[in-house]
Design a protein around this ligand. Structure first.
Ligand code: EPU
Length: 285
């Protein structure tokens, strides 16, 4: 069938921060082969392409995105299957969904994923984490569309990962992943999910944001640093450092990407001049 597509689609509709200008071509493939044909077509014609999932860790500039944006959604990208202790999920599946499937199947250690706002594809790319866990702690294998246009599955040990970074998912796109859980009793899983939700409610904002803005530097958690620098509630236009957590910037309504970028650089400047710490962004810009 025909692939859903749009021209000049505003990216503020597709990012949790609710900012960002238009993407020139917005495309929604539903099968891995459709995704493959599409990327090969674009690459052969040197049309710039980006893949965007839930847009939860993303800051798109006000000028928008030139070229094509592929949004894996529905069909194979939204499938989840369970086989013993293994859960396989397409790149368009939400992390929250993995937690609920794990709970329903008596698989533990994946409770933290409930707090990750993004989809599997983005979480793999950045090796998302919370509560002392990271995505690749659970990965058994990932199926990629490789740079040469072929679809291949690689096992965990064949993939190099770092804190909030998986360099090879800049060139290859993750289509699906298989995660391993460990059997646990449902009531303790349920309890840990409730605790995780509670902790998040107490320590993170509910307003529109892109999750944590900065990676935690070696010296001190970024949120604590911003707090100590006295920058909580600092604002630029309608972007504001959250009062709940210093590593979140919230959109108070009509913030622009340039408001957010300006606030980010003010924080980075202050961290550098007052504490000599280089704050690196975690959000993709
Ligand atoms: N803190 C402050 N003031 C603040 C914020 C934090 O003093 O404004 C202190 C806290 O009291 C705590 C320490 O800083 O002692 C660390 O804070 P927290 O427990 O909130 O964890 P974090 O390191 O700031 C990380 C992840 C979050 C994840 C939480 C919960 C990074 C960059 N962030 O935050 O992930 O939700 O742990 O496990 O690793 C994200 O990646 O987008 C994200 C939000």
């Amino acid at each position: 069938g025909e692939m859903k597509h749009k021209l000049y689609e505003p990216m503020r509709r597709h990012t949790t921060m609710l900012v960002g200008g238009p993407a020139q071509f917005w495309l929604e493939p539903t099968t891995f082969v459709q995704f493959q044909k599409l990327t090969n077509y674009l690459r052969e014609r040197s049309i710039p392409l980006r893949v965007i999932g839930r847009g939860s860790n993303l800051l798109v500039r006000d000028g928008g995105i030139r070229g094509a944006v592929i949004h894996p959604k529905g069909g194979e990208f939204s499938e989840v299957t369970v086989d013993g202790n293994l859960i396989s999920a397409g790149s368009g599946v939400r992390f929250k969904k993995i937690t609920s499937v794990a709970e329903a199947n008596g698989l533990g250690d994946m409770e933290w994923m409930e707090g990750v706002p993004g989809n599997v594809g983005g979480g793999l790319r950045m090796n998302a984490g919370a509560m002392g866990w990271e995505t690749f702690d659970h990965v058994v294998s990932v199926t990629f569309l490789d740079e040469d246009g072929e679809i291949r599955t690689r096992t965990r040990d064949e993939i190099k990962t770092f804190y909030r970074n998986v360099p090879e998912i800049r060139r290859n796109f993750a289509l699906q992943a298989t995660f391993r859980g460990s059997p646990a009793d449902t009531s303790s899983i349920h309890q840990r999910i409730a605790e995780s939700k509670q902790k998040r409610r107490e320590s993170q904002p509910i307003a529109a944001s892109a999750g944590c803005i900065f990676k935690n530097p070696a010296e001190i958690p970024a949120g604590k640093l911003v707090d100590e620098l006295g920058m909580k509630e600092a604002s630029q236009g309608n972007a504001q450092v959250s009062a709940a957590h210093g590593n979140f910037i919230i959109n108070r309504g009509k913030a622009t990407a340039s408001d957010v970028l300006e606030l980010i650089s003010r924080i980075q400047d202050k961290a550098k001049t007052q504490r000599n710490i280089d704050l690196e962004t975690e959000v993709q810009i």
